[in-house]
Structures are given as C-alpha cells and as structure tokens.
Ligand binder design. Structure first.
Ligand code: CMP
Length: 141
C-alpha cells in the first residue's frame, strides 16, 4: 500500500551537509520525495512532535537541540515507506546502528548520547499523518 512518512534531517545532519545523502538513499530505494522544506522549528512544533517524550530526562536537551539550527522536513512516499525508511535510518543509537544504514554509516557518539542521530522517521501511519500536519500545516493529505 502506498504510504507517506515524515522524515526530518535533524540540525546535526543539516550542519554536516548530509541532506543530499539522506535524500539520495530515499530515492535510491525507489521512494519518492513528495515534499521538501528547510525549516527552523518553532517551540510549538517541537512540543507537538515530541509530545510523547514530555517529562523524560532527555526531552529538554532534545528540544533545545532540534531548535539549534535548520531542519530539512521531507514527505516521502511509496509502498511500505514508513517501515522502509526506519530500516534505512537504522537503530536510534548511531554507535550501534548497523553499517549500511544512515545512522550506522554517518552517525557516531558526539558526547550527546543518542540525541544527534541525523534523521527522524515516523513510526506508524497514525504518527505519519500527525507529524506531516505539524511540519506541513497546509498539507491536504
Ligand atoms: P527519534 O526516534 O527521532 O525521536 C525521539 C528522539 O529522542 C530520538 O530520535 C533521539 O534523538 C532522542 N532520544 C531517544 N532516547 C534518548 C536518550 N536516552 N537520550 C537522548 N536522546 C534520546
């Protein structure tokens, strides 16, 4: 089934010049880039996006990091793209993420635990719908 997912290239990925590599991996896998925008996250967007992590010890540092620089927000589409992109991204922790994945090939521990892990990808159809509406408020679905 054709799906849509929300991918974010986080501030570390943008700063390190990795937008192109992330997009290239999405496209090389045969998914389509439907929308792409460079944005500065607002506090409101981050509070909504990370609502499920509110109150966790890493919440505030994560939100501060996500507000520290531009983010590339992407809507990618294709059959199975939600799981497919998470598989391209690799495990949350870039130190243990498998080689061959975005985080495994391009990420490492920069002394900030797993906060700086280059990309975010929606984890379900419901999350994708919710997250796309946060980053592309004019999206018609
Ligand atoms: P992501 O899966 O995109 O969304 C939640 C983010 O929280 C995750 O990426 C990491 O960047 C961050 N995160 C999760 N667990 C931790 C942790 N223990 N310490 C710091 N950041 C974390």
């Amino acid at each position: 089934m054709t799906e849509r997912t929300l991918v974010l290239v986080k501030p570390d990925g943008v700063k390190r010049g990795l937008i192109g590599q992330v997009l290239a991996r999405i496209e090389a896998k045969g998914y389509e880039i439907e929308k792409l925008q460079l944005v500065r996250a607002t506090k409101e967007q981050l509070a909504e996006h990370y609502a499920e992590h509110a109150g966790k010890p890493f919440y505030q540092p994560l939100v501060d990091f996500m507000a520290s620089g531009p983010i590339a927000a992407v809507v990618a589409t294709g059959d199975g793209v939600i799981t497919g992109f998470r598989s391209l991204a690799g495990a949350t922790d870039p130190t243990t993420a498998a080689p061959g994945t975005i985080r495994g090939d391009l990420g490492r521990d920069w002394g900030t635990a797993v906060q700086q892990n280059i990309v975010h990808g929606s984890d379900s159809t419901e999350s994708a719908k919710r997250e796309i509406a946060i980053w592309f408020p004019a999206d018609e679905g």
